[in-house]
Design a protein around this ligand. Sequence first.
Ligand SMILES: Cc1ncc(COP(=O)(O)O)c(C=O)c1O
Ligand SMILES: N[C@@H](CCCC[NH3+])C(=O)O
Length: 419
Amino acid sequence: MDHFELRDGILHAEDVPLPAIAEAVGTPVYVYSRATLVRHARVFRDGLAGVANPHIAFAVKANPNLAVLKVLAKEGFGADVVSGGELTRALAAGIRPQDVVFSGVGKTHPELVQGIEAGIGQFNLESEEEGYELAAIARRHGVTVPCALRVNPDVDARTHEKISTGKRENKFGVPLDRAAAIYAALAAEPGLEMRGVAVHIGSQLADLEPLETAFGKLGALIEELRTGGQTVTHADLGGGLGVPYRKHETFPSPAEYGAMVARVTAGWDVQLSFEPGRVIAGNAGVLLTRVVRSKRSGNGPPFVIVDAAMNDLARPAMYGAWHDFDAVAPTGERMTAHIVGPICETGDTFAMDREIDAIGAGDLAVFRTAGAYGATMASSYNSRGFVAEVLVDGGKFAVVADRISPHAIMDAERVPEWL
Ligand SMILES: Cc1ncc(COP(=O)(O)O)c(C=O)c1O
Ligand SMILES: N[C@@H](CCCC[NH3+])C(=O)O
């Protein structure tokens, strides 16, 4: 359930008719619902009722917009960040440094320094090498930094191969069979406080079993570490819970997920952290677009050319992902069409042979489930600029990211005088 519904035949975001946003801000534009973000945050937290004192860190990569982060900060969420830029955003949005977890395989030296200087809550180390580098920086700063070791459990998350992170061949974490030795080696380093373990096996997970398998392996590792004399007080279970992209699809609920977590982790005696992204933000946003024109295509269905493109919403082009497409003012008529953007690539295709609301030039429509991995993956390809973002709250709305024009991008470019 989300807050994007028809009222008197017009699609609204909460109490705001989408045509009002299109008129004020133009299209394409991402539209987020504050009420949906808040509801998802609470449903996720409530789902963890069986877990003592869970720490929930929103995966900033899913939607790093400052206003979105602030909504979640107000819900008591921390942040899972994977770059200095995300760290800066999380702090700017009011998330306390101690509630920030820093993940990522390629944290650079300046990013490690930034994390230390900000006093973040935990570094999730993804390699032994990173651990030694962080330890050296920590010693230079005269501090001891809290760390968890991310392990690669070699579990197939059964999701799209490009967003699977927990198979042996993926770049993430350290191999489970070396984890205890690496943990012990890093725990001996002055400057590091090895306090826990972390796992994240992938995104858009449709079933709980791979997660349960991964968590089971993590539990066994905790036991092994403790038997070996190590201290383990924290475990980070990552994110990954999938969301429906098509009407009538069902996914495990946060409550089912939480019940599984409570069962599997009973007796671990650690503080658990979570890094949900998509499940919080995905269905809290749509990409509002306008049909530029329809074009006949031989004997086949017409091409409905919209003003949004793969540079604004990359998921269909990148992963062949499905996003429901609905007219803002549906007439009840249906048609079959190919939905494409204006970019000069065949890959700029949102859907082929899709049955959709009958729609034509000038009409508004939305791509649903665009609140996660939408605007954040945008580019300015074909010199289209960067898409704008709007946050709705009841009957009001605000632009929370300006549209960045091709002019503004050009302003950052220089032609050397010798040319
Ligand atoms: C380390 C880490 N944590 C959390 C997430 C968030 O995942 P999701 O948006 O699937 O919940 C990701 C992305 O998959 C990730 O790489
Ligand atoms: N960008 C991906 C998710 C990546 C998750 C990264 N940890 C998507 O749109 O589905």
